[in-house]
Design a protein around this ligand. Structure first.
Ligand SMILES: C[S@@+](CC[C@H](N)C(=O)[O-])C[C@H]1O[C@@H](n2cnc3c(N)ncnc32)[C@H](O)[C@@H]1O
Length: 213
């Protein structure tokens, strides 16, 4: 199903459905980003604001972007502070909604819906300060190899959202190409059970990092 159409329809139940991927990624993002400092954040695919509510406790300014008006409306119901600005825009189109520079860009469960990683990372280079971070939290590719995709139920049956599988090497190579090096890679397991396939992959890149992994 077309990505925007899918999220427009999913928005009503996105927060209330059982969704282990959504919930574990929330834990992962908070853990990965709690130890770094950031002031200006560009959050892509903010959805219903699951992570925006936490980011705004740490950041001075957040620009939260999503192309689904319905998802962003849910986020705006939760977040009233003046330091968070919501923008409706498509990541795949030129980022003409901002001319600022950020010190953290986040993608939570978004890049699986974006085919061209090079285009994304090349634009990140233009809107970030020196030493800026990019956080990526994704459904682990191992899960994708086994057939997992973003999906939800409706009265007319199961809806499966269009997804692209990106191998870990593709994320790292695209980031490297535009000046971001890997700072931290972590894998997150249901119930912390490491005998199972990990559910979530997190990657933290830093711009112009000299001692990268
Ligand atoms: C799985 S939801 C994740 C929402 C939130 N980040 C979270 O972790 O709960 C993916 C979000 O990415 C947005 N999205 C997908 N493709 C996009 C694109 N090309 N441009 C902007 N937003 C996009 C969807 O509308 C949706 O809100």
């Amino acid at each position: 199903m077309n990505v925007k159409t899918a999220y427009q329809a999913w928005s009503d139940q996105y927060d209330s459905n059982e969704n282990k991927t959504r919930d574990l990624e929330a834990i992962a993002l908070r853990s990965v980003l709690s130890s770094i400092d950031f002031h200006k954040v560009l959050e892509f695919g903010c959805g219903t604001g699951k992570n925006t509510v936490w980011l705004e406790t740490k950041a001075d300014q957040i620009t939260a972007v999503d192309f689904s008006e319905a998802m962003i409306a849910k986020a705006a119901e939760k977040i009233k502070s003046a330091n968070t600005k919501f923008i409706i825009a498509d990541i795949n189109k030129p980022w003409d909604f901002t001319h600022e520079k950020y010190d953290l860009i986040t993608y939570s469960l978004v890049l699986e819906h974006i085919q061209d990683l090079d285009a994304v990372f090349s634009r990140c280079e233009l809107v970030t300060n020196d030493q800026a971070y990019i956080y990526v939290g994704e459904l682990h590719p191992f899960k994708q190899y086994a057939g997992s995709k973003a999906r939800y139920m409706t009265e007319s049956g199961e809806q499966v959202v269009t997804c692209f599988t990106h191998h870990i090497s593709e994320f790292v190579q695209a980031a490297n190409k535009y000046g971001f090096q890997l700072h931290l890679l972590e894998e997150w397991f249901d119930n912390n059970d490491k005998t199972q396939i990990p559910r979530i992959l997190t990657l933290l890149f830093q711009k112009n990092l000299t001692n990268s992994i």
